[in-house]
Design a protein around this ligand. Structure first.
Ligand code: NAD
Ligand code: ZN
Ligand code: ZN
Length: 340
């Protein structure tokens, strides 16, 4: 099968021909139709984070396709089922976190396109317990970005605890952020978006943000304090330390800052202000299978739709270049050429 593979951090990915992976008893083989390109894949290929991915690696954790083979122990899925393979490739299923509905915190989890090979390929093997079915109303290309960008921002908004009618600010209106705006609107929140460039501002407005702040032209936190008296919640998806500092300053008293973006730097948090203002700063990592199921239903109901550009797998290096420059408006989804 054809796959995009990274051998060494910061080098280009190469399209190679590799064997279709073996299917274990609890696995399914998925013929990949489409896979979104997440900024996390770029961090993985650059070795940006303290925990490194395996190498060589087939990245990709927004892969969607049809099941073509079932492991001998799979009972609840069928050949032909339309599924996606999320970042949470598998978890142990029996630790305190797994039992408590917090499977994304499981210490024994595997991550697609990071600790195991992902979906930048014509086929991907997946753990049958952790694939999630795609509703009929949602096409493969539309579903792909929801398997990370969608579920992550939907979950982060839950973590932010912003109620209908209250203010939320979305810092970074890229792949994750442009979906965050839509989920927030669908959940009844009033949305302020922060990013840069006329195109991203226009998209954010079209998707329902009532205020769009270009961080290169305005000071986002000052503007947010003046518009809304500070927001009840912020979801920060930007790959920028400055954006996290701005996000913190954009909160109103009692507000919640949800950290989602993963720039490799640290963020200093002022103890005095945090205590006196009673604010919360909390990390949020992807979402559970239940969150994913819910987030897909928003798309099936026509409330959320990613802004997508479709490109072939062969263009992955150019896609990464565009992403580094912040030039992508929405999400790029790679369609696999062989679709018979
Ligand atoms: P992206 O490149 O599509 O979007 C990032 C956006 O941030 C861009 O539009 C960029 O212009 C904007 N930005 C840069 N500096 C900014 C600033 N100072 N203020 C406001 N916006 C700014 O990336 P993405 O795929 O949306 O991923 C974003 C980050 O989220 C990455 O670090 C990724 O690894 C991380 N991520 C985290 C989770 C999680 O579970 N926590 C899941 C997926 C991705
Ligand atoms: Zn991702
Ligand atoms: Zn576990």
């Amino acid at each position: 099968m054809k796959a995009a593979i990274i051998d060494k951090f910061k080098e280009k990915l190469e399209i190679k021909n590799v064997p279709v992976p073996e299917v274990g008893a609890k696995d399914v083989l998925v013929k990949i139709h489409a896979c979104g390109v997440c900024h996390t894949d770029l961090h993985a290929c650059h070795g940006d984070w303290p925990v490194k991915p395996k190498l060589p690696l087939i990245p990709g954790h927004e892969g969607v396709g049809e099941i073509v083979k079932l492991g001998s122990e799979i009972r609840y899925l069928e050949v032909g089922d339309r599924v996606g393979i999320p970042w949470l490739f598998s978890a142990c299923g029996h630790c305190d976190y797994c039992l408590d509905g917090k499977e994304t915190l499981c210490l024994e989890q595997q991550n697609a396109g990071y600790s195991v090979d992902g979906s930048y390929a014509e086929y991907c093997v997946a753990n049958g317990e952790y694939v999630v079915k795609i509703p009929d109303e949602v096409s493969y290309v539309e579903a792909a970005p929801l398997f990370c960008a969608g579920v992550t921002t939907y979950k982060a908004l839950k973590v932010a605890k912003v109620k209908p009618g209250q203010w939320v600010a979305i810092f970074g209106a890229g792949g994750l952020g442009h979906l965050a705006i839509q989920y927030a609107v669908a959940m009844g929140m009033k949305v302020i978006a922060v990013d840069t460039g006329a195109e991203k501002m226009a998209l954010a407005r079209e998707l329902g943000a009532t205020h769009c702040i270009d961080f290169k032209q305005d000071n986002p936190s000052e503007k947010i304090q003046s518009v809304a008296g500070g927001v009840h919640g912020v979801v920060c998806t930007a790959v920028s330390k400055v954006a996290f500092e701005d996000s913190y300053k954009a909160l109103r008293r009692g507000g919640t800052l949800v950290l989602v973006g993963l720039p490799p730097e640290e963020m200093p948090i002022p103890i005095f202000d945090t205590v006196l203002n009673g604010v919360e700063v909390v990390g949020s990592i992807v979402g559970t299978r239940k969150d994913l199921k819910e987030c897909l239903q928003f798309a099936a109901d026509g409330k959320v739709k990613a802004n997508i550009q479709v490109k072939p797998l062969e263009q992955i290096n150019e896609i990464f270049d565009e992403m580094l420059k912040g030039e992508i408006n929405g999400r790029i989804v790679m369609e696999m050429a062989d679709k018979d």
